[in-house]
Design a protein around this ligand. Structure first.
Ligand code: TEU
Ligand code: CA
Length: 547
């Protein structure tokens, strides 16, 4: 049995404030909207909120380009409202995890505004530069750059600055100890306000190899599975920085959880980050699950052959087994960077949404629920590039040769699919706002909304509430061992959770077809997304059995 921790037993609800609830009629969600809906969030039975960035931002990447780390963007509200959110969550016995971006800043951050004026400016070395006299910078990919470049020339300093994302997001130079101390000061400033943890954005990218090894598509393929994220997550000083950040900051707030968004880290390395004795991080979330079904070119193109449920079972079983003895992990099926989980991994049906939640809430990991998924909210299925707001979609469209094919895939995988306004009820704009929303509300809000689902005992919403209660009432679902059955079955995902005498079997028909599994008739039903239970499992049927 692992050492108990609140963040191992918690169920965490991700709030993307921009799309949650708008209370000042500007079409953009805000903190007042979150405060107003705290009772709803509590009614789910979750234990903590993970809040996407609310800091002043230049707005190129929905808040992931920060211009002031120690403030709240007026578009979201005030620091006082954030402090009220912390207070009220604590009073409810809940917690707050904030999202902080410390791999890069906005190019409108004071540090960068100074740095770009002169090589002698004290802030120049807060960033990563390639002096023009050294010739053309080495090949690196910028994920959101119009030409996929990761270097942008700056005239005043006659040098190029590095940006792994857009040119408006210059990467910070973590080799600079003065810059690191400034970051640690910022972390303490927030932790002193009583927040209960931090989700660190793109954290595995913070160490850069300053020997600037050449990177070609061939080397990338040979050494990093063709994934720039794998290469970027292999910087030489990454663990030194994480250990220092732990020693300097997180160790002084032992009840605060440190979570890394960790593109490029697999099960072969994860314990180097999260094993207790490493004194680096508590949780790290991977991309292996979200990468299922993509072609390996890193441009979010779907494999026309689709993906196999065997692969799904292998990935999630591997990410459960790696923590069998030490360490712990989160589990998620959607977030602000992914499409709606019921569209990406189900078939938009409520049954498939319930099945996905049964999986999410019975695995040996800390479940993260993205706002709206508990209603079964679906993709919005934009058809034209003009409908998209997301820098990633617009940038990739600009460089895509097959633009029609790219748009067809984006209907399934685009990040904007999960960023559409929360659907509260059937009133105009789903009661998200009385103004024009920053992004269109999904047309299905008239029937797919919170108010309608509150009234339906069989709604996805009420099913999720029951599942959350089931997980809370049965420690076997949190700490119990995990054992996969039928690994080769192409559609059935069956596994057991065992803790002492307690044994629970989870039977999931991850398909739109009926599947025969007579063993499902044994044992007392703890949860079932259909009325009845027969040896022929219905499409997307999920059954949790005691024994
Ligand atoms: O996402 C980082 C991220 O998704 C990369 O690690 C990923 O490998 C890359 O996008 C290639 O697909 C975080 C935030 O979650 C995201 O919303 C931001 O856009 C991004 O960082 C930049 O801050
Ligand atoms: Ca607003």
């Amino acid at each position: 049995m692992p050492m108990p921790s609140w963040w191992k037993e918690a169920i965490i609800y991700q709030v993307y404030p921009r799309s949650f609830k708008d209370c000042n009629e500007d079409g953009i969600g805000d903190l007042r909207g979150v405060l107003e809906q705290l009772e709803y969030i509590r009614s789910l039975g979750v234990d903590a909120i993970y809040l996407n960035p609310i800091y002043p931002s230049s707005g190129h990447d929905n808040g992931y380009d920060i211009t002031d780390f120690c403030a709240v963007d007026p578009v979201f509200g005030t620091i006082g409202q954030l402090e009220e959110l912390i207070r009220r969550l604590h009073a409810m016995g809940m917690r707050l995890i904030q999202d902080l971006v410390i791999n890069h800043t906005s190019d409108e951050h004071e540090w960068f505004k100074q740095a770009q004026t002169s090589r002698d400016n004290p802030y120049y070395n807060y960033y990563i530069w390639w002096p023009a006299e050294n010739g053309k910078p080495v090949n690196r990919r910028g994920f959101f750059d119009p030409a996929c470049e990761a270097w942008r020339y700056n005239t005043a300093t006659d040098s190029w600055y590095l940006h792994y994302f857009s040119p408006h997001q210059p990467d910070l130079n973590w080799d600079n100890p003065v810059m690191r101390q400034d970051i640690y000061r910022i972390l303490r400033w927030w932790l002193e306000k009583g927040i209960d943890g931090l989700r660190f954005d793109a954290l595995t990218f913070i160490s850069k190899d300053k020997h600037w090894p050449e990177m070609t598509e061939e080397i990338l393929k040979d050494k990093y599975q063709g994934d720039w994220g794998h290469f970027y997550a292999n910087g030489p000083c990454l663990h030194d920085f994480l250990r220092e950040m732990h020693e300097e900051v997180m160790a002084h707030y032992p009840d605060a959880v440190a979570i890394a968004e960790a593109s490029g880290v697999g099960t072969d390395r994860v314990l180097d980050f999260v094993a207790d004795d490493r004194k680096e991080l508590n949780l790290l979330y991977h991309f292996d699950g979200m990468s299922i079904g993509f072609l390996p070119d890193g441009f979010k193109r779907l494999d026309p052959a689709g993906y196999s449920r065997r692969e799904w079972k292998e990935v999630y079983s591997r990410w459960s087994d790696v923590f069998r003895q030490r360490g712990w992990g989160p589990i998620y099926l959607g977030n602000h960077d992914q499409a709606r989980m019921v569209s990406r991994w189900g078939d938009d049906s409520p049954e498939s949404a319930k099945l996905l939640f049964t999986f999410l809430l019975t695995m040996r990991a800390t479940p993260f629920i993205f706002q709206g998924d508990e209603l079964g909210m679906t993709n919005i299925y934009f058809t034209r590039i003009e409908e998209y707001k997301d820098i990633e979609t617009r940038q990739m469209y600009g460089i895509a040769e097959d633009k029609e094919g790219f748009l067809a895939d984006q209907r399934i995988v685009a990040r904007d699919n999960s960023r559409t306004p929360f659907q509260w009820d059937a009133s105009p704009q789903a009661c998200f706002t009385t103004a024009k929303p920053w992004i269109r509300v999904n047309k299905n809000y008239k029937t797919l909304n919170r108010e309608a689902e509150e009234k339906d005992p069989n709604s996805v919403l009420n099913y999720v509430r029951r599942l959350i209660r089931l997980r809370k009432e049965n420690p076997v679902l949190t700490y119990g061992d995990y054992r996969l059955l039928l690994p080769e079955h192409p559609a059935l995902y069956v596994y057991q959770r065992r803790l002492g005498k307690d044994l629970v079997t989870v039977v999931l028909n991850f398909s739109a077809e009926e599947q025969v599994y007579p063993e499902v008739l044994q044992g007392r039903i703890l949860c079932n997304n259909y009325e009845n239970r027969e040896a022929r499992l219905k499409p997307w049927q999920a059954v949790v059995i005691d024994g």
